[in-house]
Structures are given as structure tokens and as C-alpha cells.
Design a protein around this ligand. Structure first.
Ligand code: NA7
Length: 546
């Protein structure tokens, strides 16, 4: 039993005497349980889904696949696990990743601490007892000194508020709430709304099934070929022999992924021919980080970025036969990489099919859904099925949905009314003993997510150990530390091209969401060093108390 637990007063609802409540049973929540258990702490996780897996449990749409290579996109905390697990392809698809997560849950006996089918509705901290009381939609009331929010960054699916949606007589789906039994679009008239990563992955597959597919594109996105392929046994063997070194090296990189030689040259310092050859090589290799690693300045210098953006636009023009369609698909309103760069298999090629039509939903926006399909400002379309690939209330949505409060203070949603504020993306001033795994203000979605999850949870574990050693029961960031960090996150973003795009990184996809750049783009390596320095420097910026 931990000192933290021993010293706190007990309450009526304390049955089970938890040290921490974990919200979420995805990659973050499962690792939190494992790490806490290693520390001898007792934790319970609540998961809304009927099984573990988080993002990979919900996003079952056709073609759902990770855009980070499978040998990288996996836990590093157990060497036997990473040595034994075999990934069948270069990039893991959704079923494979979900199988892996389930394996981890079983292998480390984590399931017994996850309560499924249970959504956390509120969390209230009592300043007198230093404990969180968490309530769920199943009527649970549990208390614990610490609350760990592993609620995910892309876990609140968003269907646009279209008039008439309830009148549509066909079937409609959202990519992030996909039916478990799958959907067969064979012979159907299908409309897909949205051309982000989810749309780009699913459109080529649905096009092969549908009688006719209409794609409603509001913003053209850059997409690169994934070049997915069966796992090369030579690569796998070599990677596994280097796994420990690679994982360590990943901590020294901006994206938390080792193996890509960092760029050494600026795009504008080389000739146009050299740039072309470099981009061609990266295009042939496949992968987004590798492409953005072509030059040092692609995400900070617009002129440099223009060269890479134009290269991809020209690729689109060469792939898509109808040049009017190609121009519509060629993104011109944001620099490449400033919205999430998509990876695809035959995305642009799909528009050469006779049964696929691209609709410009910017020029002719969707006005409403009807009984038989949908209407834009210009035309009416008949569909048997409509798919919303319209994204998520990213990074803050899931946290703001929970009624999180401390005494009589404002809720977290109220505090974040003007945009999220955190210290290091780990904690929020005024909300003691609540940690946010890969919270806004941390590198999170700009890294290999699992490395970010492990780094956060390891830091949190060390913090709890330090508190235990000092006999401390409460921790929260100072308002000043939070303000300075938020300023730093903004300053770093403003030194890049990222804010030029209307992306979900700035909440632009949610009407009314304050435009704040949410992820930390100063690089994972520097961020980790900062977190480590904060801890080493007596948890600088945090206030601990009994
Ligand atoms: P995204 O990347 O947020 O994409 C959503 C798409 O839906 C995007 O093209 C939007 O256009 C479009 N959208 C949203 N609302 C509408 C309306 N009302 N009309 C037309 N089009 C609309 O979500 P994804 O699920 O594809 O990907 C999310 C992340 O998951 C991805 O970045 C990876 O990190 C994994 P917009 O660009 O806003 O004009």
C-alpha cells in the first residue's frame, strides 16, 4: 500500500481503496494501469467502449490504418513483447493494431482493472480530502487521490449539424463510430463527406464496392503514397536486433521516431534539380515524416514549403486524368504538412474511375440532408448511404465533455472556454492531482503517439513516487507556470507555418471552437528534456502540498 494512500482519509465510497482512477481504456489508459501497478498503486480504468482499444476500437472504417510504421507504432516498455510480436505489414491496419492492444491487455493482465461499457460523466476534487470523486453513466461513484485522463486526442467524433439528418431514409455512418459488423457498399449509391486521413483511406476501398461514389471535398488535402507492403523479413529482423537502441534514439528526435536521417540542408540552398530528385526519392519511399524530412526548413519557410507543395500538386496532376478534377484535388490553401499529411493507397488514382465524382463542397456547400440524399447550394444527390469522414472535436473534446470541477470553482470546460491551458500538457492549474496523458500543450499528435503516452505516464509515475517519498498528497501547476508554458507553445507554433492552416490542430473544423494551436510543435526531444529538467529541478512550476 502506498504512502499516498495510507495517509489520506477514507470516505464512504472508498470501497476498493484506489490510488488512481484512469479514464480511458485505449493505449494510454492501458499503459497507465500497467505503470501504476508496477509502482504498487491500485488503479481502476473506465472505458466507454465494449472493449479496450480506444481509437483502434472505434475507427473500424474500411482502410483504417496507422500512418506510422508498425515496428515503430507499438509499446516499448517490454522488450520481450516487441521482440515476439510480428507485424504482418509495413503499416498496421486497424484489425491488427486492435489485436495487438488486446494481446497487451491479456499479456499484462490489465483487463481485470478495466470497467467496460462505462462512460465517466463527472469528476470532482475535494480540497479537504484531496480526493477525486468520479461518477459514471452506470451509476458508479468512486474516489481516489489521483485522476489520470487517458481520454485520447481524436475520440469525440463530430457529425456536422446538417439540417434534415433525421429525415434521411438511407443509412449514415461516421468513421469514428463504425459498425462492428462492417458495412458492405456493394451496388450502393454512396456519398462520402470529408477528405481528411479517414476519407483518404476509405475512399479507394468504397469506390471499388459502390455503384457510384460522390466525394464531397471542402478542403483538398495533401496525401502521399504510403507504399504499404507485407513486412520485409530482413527489415523486421534488423529492426528487432536494434530495437532497444532505436527506442532510445527515438527520444532524441522531433517526432519520437528513430530511423529517419535528420535533414542537413535547407531546400532553398540546393538547386531545383536536386530538390526534384530528393522529393522523387521520398515519394517513391513512402511515408510522411520521411517526406517532411527532405529539408530542414519545410515547416518554417514558406518559400521552401512551396517547392514541396508544388511537387505534390504536380504528382496529383500527373495521376488524375481529368485536369479540372486534378486542380480541385491539388491543395492550394495551406502549406504541405501544416494539416495532417495523409498517407494513402491509390487515393488520387481513384478519381480516374468512372463511378467516382468529386464535388466541390467549398464552392457549393452541403445545405441539408433529405429523405433521399443531400442537397448542396447547386444540386441534389440521391444516396443509399452517406459516410461522414468529418473528423473529431480533437484534443479537448473528450475532456470538455466530462463535468470536471474542483469545489465550487469553474469546470474544466469553463476554464478552457477560450482554448486549453496546461502546464506541459500534463496538468491544469486549479485542477490538482489530475494528469492529462498527451494533453493539449504536449507534442502528442505530432509524435508517434505511443512513445508520447509512455513518456507522459513514466513522468507521472516518477512524480507520484516523488510525492510518496516526500509525504505529499497534492500537486498542481502554478498559474504562472501554466501561463508561461501556454505562451511558449504559442510562440513555438508561431515560428512555424502550422498556424497558416485551418486544421483540427487549431480547432478550425469545429464551428465556434476558439482558434488556439493545441499541440506542442517544439519537438519531442526538447519537450522530454524540459519535462525531465522540471522533475530534476524539484518539480519546478508545480506546487506540492500535504
Ligand atoms: P479530419 O482530418 O478532421 O477531416 C475531416 C474532413 O471533413 C475534412 O476534410 C473537413 O473539411 C471535412 N468536413 C468537416 N465538416 C464538413 C462539412 N460540414 N462539409 C464538408 N466537409 C466537412 O478528420 P479525419 O477523421 O479524416 O482525421 C483525423 C485524424 O485522425 C487524422 O488527422 C489523423 O491524425 C488520424 P475541412 O478540412 O475542415 O474543410
Amino acid at each position: 500500500m502506498s504512502e499516498v494512500m495510507e495517509k489520506r482519509p477514507e470516505t464512504k465510497n472508498d470501497a476498493g481503496a484506489l490510488d488512481a482512477i484512469v479514464v480511458g481504456g485505449g493505449l494510454g489508459g492501458l499503459y497507465a494501469l500497467h505503470r501504476l501497478r508496477k509502482l504498487g498503486l491500485k488503479a481502476r480504468a473506465f472505458e466507454a467502449g465494449s472493449d479496450v482499444g480506444g481509437t483502434w476500437f472505434w475507427n473500424r472504417y474500411p482502410g483504417a490504418r496507422c500512418d506510422v510504421e508498425s515496428l515503430e507504432y507499438s509499446y516499448s516498455f517490454d522488450n520481450d513483447l516487441q521482440q515476439e510480436w510480428h507485424w504482418p505489414e509495413r503499416y498496421g491496419n486497424q484489425p491488427e493494431i486492435l489485436t495487438y492492444i488486446n494481446h497487451v491487455a491479456d499479456r499484462f493482465d490489465l483487463r481485470k482493472d478495466v470497467q467496460l461499457n462505462t462512460r465517466v460523466t463527472s469528476a470532482e476534487f475535494d480540497l479537504g480530502t484531496n480526493k477525486w470523486t468520479v461518477k459514471t453513466d452506470k451509476g458508479d461513484v468512486v474516489t481516489a487521490p489521483f485522476c489520470i485522463m487517458a481520454t485520447g486526442n481524436l475520440s469525440t467524433p463530430r457529425v456536422p449539424d446538417f439540417k434534415g439528418i433525421e429525415t434521411f431514409k438511407g443509412k449514415w455512418y461516421h468513421t469514428g463510430l463504425w459498425p462492428h459488423e462492417g458495412v458492405d457498399f456493394t451496388g450502393l449509391r454512396v456519398g462520402v463527406i470529408g477528405t481528411g486521413s479517414s476519407g483518404v483511406q476509405m475512399i479507394p476501398i468504397i469506390a471499388k464496392q459502390a455503384k457510384h461514389l460522390h466525394v464531397f471535398q471542402r478542403t483538398a488535402n495533401f496525401s502521399l503514397p504510403a507504399r504499404n507492403a507485407p513486412m520485409d523479413p530482413v527489415i523486421e529482423t534488423r529492426h528487432k536486433s536494434e530495437y532497444l537502441d532505436r527506442r532510445a534514439a527515438a527520444y532524441e528526435t522531433p517526432f519520437g521516431i528513430a530511423g529517419f536521417p535528420p535533414p542537413t540542408k535547407a531546400a532553398m540552398d540546393v538547386t531545383a534539380e536536386e530538390r526534384q530528385a530528393q522529393y522523387e526519392a521520398k515519394w517513391a519511399e513512402g511515408g510522411s515524416i520521411s517526406f517532411l524530412y527532405s529539408y530542414t526548413d519545410l515547416l518554417v519557410n514558406k518559400e521552401a514549403n512551396d517547392t514541396a507543395s508544388e511537387f505534390v500538386r504536380n504528382k496529383i496532376r500527373s495521376i488524375v486524368k481529368d485536369q479540372a478534377v486534378a486542380e480541385l484535388l491539388a491543395p492550394k490553401d495551406h502549406p504541405i504538412g501544416t494539416k495532417r499529411l495523409c498517407l494513402d493507397t491509390n487515393y488520387y488514382e481513384t478519381y480516374n474511375r468512372d463511378n467516382v465524382t468529386l464535388v466541390n463542397a467549398r464552392a457549393t456547400p452541403i445545405v441539408e440532408l433529405t429523405e433521399t440524399g443531400l442537397k448542396t447550394t447547386e444540386a441534389e444527390y440521391a444516396f443509399d448511404a452517406i459516410v461522414f469522414a468529418t473528423g473529431f472535436d480533437a484534443m479537448t473534446g473528450a475532456l470538455k465533455e466530462i463535468d470536471i470541477r474542483v469545489g465550487n470553482g469553474p469546470t474544466l470546460a469553463e476554464k478552457w472556454d477560450g482554448g486549453p491551458t496546461t502546464y506541459l500538457g500534463l496538468m491544469v492549474a486549479g485542477f490538482p492531482n489530475m494528469f492529462t496523458i498527451t494533453g493539449p500543450g504536449s507534442p502528442s499528435v505530432k509524435t508517434q503517439m505511443i512513445v508520447a503516452i509512455e513518456q507522459h505516464m513514466d513522468w507521472i509515475g516518477d512524480c507520484l513516487t516523488a510525492m510518496r517519498a516526500r509525504g505529499m498528497h497534492r500537486i498542481e501547476p502554478s498559474l504562472e507556470a501554466e501561463r508561461n508554458w501556454v505562451q511558449h507553445v504559442n510562440d513555438v507554433a508561431d515560428s512555424t507555418l502550422y498556424p497558416l492552416a485551418n486544421s483540427w490542430y487549431v480547432g478550425a473544423n469545429i464551428p465556434g471552437k476558439p482558434r488556439v494551436f493545441m499541440p506542442y510543435v517544439g519537438g519531442f526531444a526538447g519537450y522530454k528534456k524540459r519535462c525531465d529538467a522540471v522533475a530534476a529541478n524539484d518539480y519546478e512550476g508545480f506546487v506540492m502540498s500535504r
